[in-house]
Design a protein around this ligand. Structure first.
Ligand code: FES
Length: 78
């Protein structure tokens, strides 16, 4: 499997409303950190996640997190 593209060197912190979201795993979306369908034809698939209670989340942009879609600090090792 190829490596995902690094979409950003730091997580993006967003206030998310309750709902279902699709996090971009390939790093090629133009609508980071969310999937825009740009993964078509590559080895990656978006990761669905749900937010039950509105709140702030730090979502991974380097695409190396071990806790998709949330930042686990992996960007600090790049
Ligand atoms: S655009 Fe990256 S996973 Fe869909």
């Amino acid at each position: 499997m190829s490596e995902p593209k690094i979409a950003g060197a730091k997580p993006v912190v967003l206030d998310l409303k309750p709902g279902t979201y699709w996090w971009c795993a390939c790093g090629r979306s133009q609508n980071q950190p969310f999937c825009d369908g740009s993964h078509q034809g590559n080895d990656f698939a978006p990761v669905q996640f749900k937010v039950d209670i509105a709140g702030r989340s730090a979502l991974c942009m380097c695409k190396r997190t071990g806790d998709q879609p949330r930042c686990d600090g992996s960007h600090s090792k790049l």
